[in-house]
Ligand binder design. Structure first.
Ligand code: EPZ
Length: 416
């Protein structure tokens, strides 16, 4: 098992190119099942979740290739409609294959997906919506078996604007001949990216980015070539690392429009942030101000995926901060590890009270999920002395070559 060894205390200066978005590319890869023609996906990040998605597509019978950030996928011979348990358990996004498999083969079998343990992560909104669209679903042990004759026209009102459920409905219906409206849909930029990809394949979907999405009938989709949007969470992670370590970094291709609330938070912390058409510059003198109260919220609110790295920054702020996690009920596991580095954090259900301690000390800590792992790496970069971060495989799920990226701007971090 690999670990990161970090010698903290270095300022970060230079330029980081923002990788393609994990949460965008995974449903886009699933969408390639909707056509027999070849799809070419550029800016596809070199991360283990993409490797897992390629493995799922291979197992379903697709022809796949990946090189230099481009995935080429052709589903012409994709005849299987069951994903093995071991692949389902590798990541939450495996559930995104349900919609396109059902659309393609009229039947599909999956078991409950794995993914980061952030609390209970049910898929009831996906299942209920599919039933309203005409699917018959029954559970057989751990497997969920689905069948559909044809997708029915319907208005689907989500009880919660679930990102995954919104995407799965779009994927089930994009190539169908029904008219479907998703009301109270998620508004995340990744939903807009999926809409753009599906429309480039020939679908007729409108409204992504708002709370109502309309999917109009379209029977046949074709192949296309597409460039995935930049990863806003990765850009924010590096922005937080700069805030905490001090320095000046240009986050090339970071889309400020997708990060409005995060940019406001960085400025509130005392950082200088300048946004440009092709990226944003973050500079920090390491004098971090506290944030008295902040809540995570669905887009355009403050993203839950940035909460862990922000919590890490606030451990060294001047004063007390409170963060309330409203999306997941167990997303503060990493704070126990931060406390081993000298942080002062009190957990109270879905909130944490963080008393800024000025500086952290190096320690041996273990990542137990992707963004919690990123929070520990940021803390290690800013801490005095040597930090060992175990559980690197979690970071590899979503960060492309993180140690090389950070070394490139002056961090002392290596994989051992
Ligand atoms: C997506 O997860 C992202 N993952 C997550 O990023 C992100 O944290 C999350 O959206 C919220 O922004 C991908 O896009 C691959 P949800 P998803 O369905 O689709 C509850 C990362 O670190 N819920 O919007 O799973 C659920 O339990 C990951 O990159 C139900 O109750 O998020 C959660 O509390 C982590 N029933 C809330 O809704 C359902 O059927 C939000 O989930 C579905 C969801």
């Amino acid at each position: 098992m690999c670990r990161f060894e970090i010698n903290g205390g270095k300022h970060l200066c230079g330029e980081i190119r923002t990788q393609g978005s994990k949460n965008s590319v995974l449903p886009i890869m699933a969408a390639t099942l909707l056509t027999d023609k070849e799809c070419i996906i550029h800016n596809c990040p070199d991360i283990s979740d993409v490797a897992s998605a390629l493995e799922i597509l291979d197992g379903l019978g697709c022809r796949t290739q990946y090189a230099n950030g481009t995935a080429v996928i052709c589903a012409a011979d994709a005849d299987n409609c069951k994903i093995p348990r071991v692949l389902m358990k590798k990541m939450r996004s495996s559930v995104m294959f349900l919609g396109p498999m059902l659309a393609r083969k009229k039947e599909a079998a999956i078991c409950r997906p794995g993914g980061c343990r952030l609390g209970e992560r049910p898929i009831d909104i996906h299942i209920d919506s599919f039933k309203k669209l005409g699917a018959e679903i029954y559970e057989d042990g751990e497997f969920i078996n689905c069948r559909i004759d044809k997708v029915l026209s319907n208005d689907i009102t989500l009880l919660y604007p679930s990102v995954g459920a919104t995407e799965n409905i779009m994927l089930l219906c994009a190539a169908g001949n029904a008219e479907v409206k998703i009301i109270n849909s998620a508004r995340e930029p990744e939903i807009v990216d999926l809409q753009n990809f599906l429309n480039k394949m020939g679908a007729d979907i409108r409204g992504a980015g708002t709370d109502t999405i309309r999917i109009c009938p379209r029977c046949k989709l074709c192949g296309c070539e597409y460039r995935v949007m930049p990863d806003r969470i990765v850009a924010a992670t590096y922005g937080c690392a700069v805030a905490m370590c001090g320095g000046n970094v240009f986050l090339k291709e970071a889309e400020a429009e997708h990060l409005r609330v995060f940019v406001a938070v960085l400025r509130r912390l005392g950082c200088d942030v300048t946004t440009y058409d092709d990226g944003m510059r973050v500079s920090s003198d390491k004098k971090i101000l506290c944030i008295p109260s902040l809540k995570t919220l669905p887009y355009p609110g403050f993203p839950t995926d940035i909460q862990p790295v922000l919590t890490s920054v606030l451990t060294v702020a001047n004063g007390c901060s409170k963060i309330n996690e409203t999306i997941f009920d167990s997303r503060f596991g990493f704070t126990d590890e931060l406390m081993r580095m000298g942080a002062d954090i009190q957990k109270d259900g879905c909130s944490v009270l963080i008393k800024g301690v000025g500086s952290l000390n190096g320690a041996e800590v273990a990542a137990a999920d992707l963004r919690g792992g990123a929070a520990l790496v940021s803390a290690g970069l800013a801490a005095e002395g040597r930090t060992i971060v175990k559980g690197v495989e979690y970071l590899d799920r979503g960060y492309e070559n993180i140690e090389a990226v950070l070394s490139g701007v002056g961090a002392d971090i290596r994989r051992i």
